[in-house]
Design a protein around this ligand. Sequence first.
Ligand code: FPP
Length: 270
Amino acid sequence: MYAELDPARLPHHIAIIMDGNGRWAKRRHLPRVAGHRAGVEAVRATTETAARLGIPALTLYAFSEENWKKRPRTEVAFLMGLLRHYLKQEVPLLNENNIRLSYIGRERELPAEVQECMAWAREATARNSGMKLTLALNYSARSELVDAVNGLMRELADNGNVPHVTEQDIARHLYTHYLPELDFVIRTSGEMRLSNFLLWQVAYAEIYVTATLWPDFRGLHLLQAISEFQKRERRYGGLPEPAPAPEPVAPERAHASAASPAEALSPTGK
Ligand code: FPP
């Protein structure tokens, strides 16, 4: 599968909506949290494969603001413990793979001990120059836009009155300002939704949905997804690349081809 990929056309920034931990656990008659624990294996495998492929940026949707507010306290507490455990355990592997870790989301609303652990892991990987791994934690795309607009208004107030706002001004104030343009979104478990994830950034991204549940997702699934990405024609609102001009044909051959069904139906086809 790896050999089939075109190294010149890899995505620059992949974002993954990791869904299906609960269903994975339910199918095995296990508590939901067992699915989250198994999900960490998938995070590790996917991150390592993406880094080895040379993907510049990988963003993983770990907890949304909604997850945080709407799930039972015990599940949230488990996820917070799992995150701390993941960060402590994973830093050596991130360093081995030259991966730099960052976060997007309203970090200050998370428990103090989780924030401390996050800051430690960010600092411990800050000198790595390879893939940028970003965990979306307590993240909401609408909150990100609200925070960006507020940040921009503060900047405008500080700098005097600038009456005109550009796309670049907004992008500069998004949590993702340090990342390359998002070009590929993967969602596991089959749901056709964006779930309030990177709504501004997704504008021109390709979207790929797989039925695989997140805890079963591995490097091979990532390669399959990228292979699908490479089959897509990316047009950014433009027209398809024109087909190469046909070879000039000898008059007798041109006459013979007029007998094709398409030409026979055309007004000029006799
Ligand atoms: C969605 O599955 C997954 C989550 C809400 C949490 C994601 C967490 C992990 C993958 C593990 C921890 C991650 C890190 C980075 C340490 P769901 O529970 O909504 O699944 P369901 O839709 O099948 O119920």
